[in-house]
Write a protein that binds this ligand. Sequence first.
Ligand code: NI
Length: 228
Amino acid sequence: MLVCISKVLDAAQVVSLRERLDRAGDAWVDGRVTAGYQGAPLKFNQQIDERSEVALACQRIVGAALERNPMFISAVLPNIIYPPMFNRYGEGMKFGGHVDGSVRIHPHDGRKLRTDVSATLFLSNPADYDGGELKVEDTYGLHSIKLEAGDMVVYPATSLHEVAPITRGVRTACFFWVQSLVRGDHRRTMLYEMDSAIQRLNQTGADEVARRTLIGCYHNLVREWSET
Ligand code: NI
């Protein structure tokens, strides 16, 4: 399931992040430092050194926003969130088709994290660059994604995806992975749809007893399927 979540960051938060990132200087390194042997020949971008001060400051801003976002929580059911990373693509840069690595080492505590969900949080306005679409293939076809600054897409980390070449301007973004409480995409999708339906029923004041039963079923399914 691919879900676009609007306004994860407000305009002021985007400006604050962009100010830090745009003057990060030496903290920008070749993106291939974190690519595996499959990804490295395909990856042409820059990213912020994930142990730099600027990375830690920006990770705190994004992390706090994710914790407050009910749609992110519902769609992803996060267990462990990899500390958000930051990249940029200038003219001619791209990342060819690949599937993200299945396991990553948490940079702060050395834990292994299974990547169930991949996320891209856009930090450049679409008018500021040409190209740079995130193209994701899933069972329903190819999705081409280019969102407003502050908006985010989450999609199964099992998906083949690429970043199209930039033909004008610069595309700055935040990206990260999540180990979900619920490993399988089809189960997460059903839980997300069920939770969204319950939210609608809550808003429309539907029968309380029926809602209570549905909410119970939702939590019992999460209990049945989650692993921590
Ligand atoms: Ni990727």
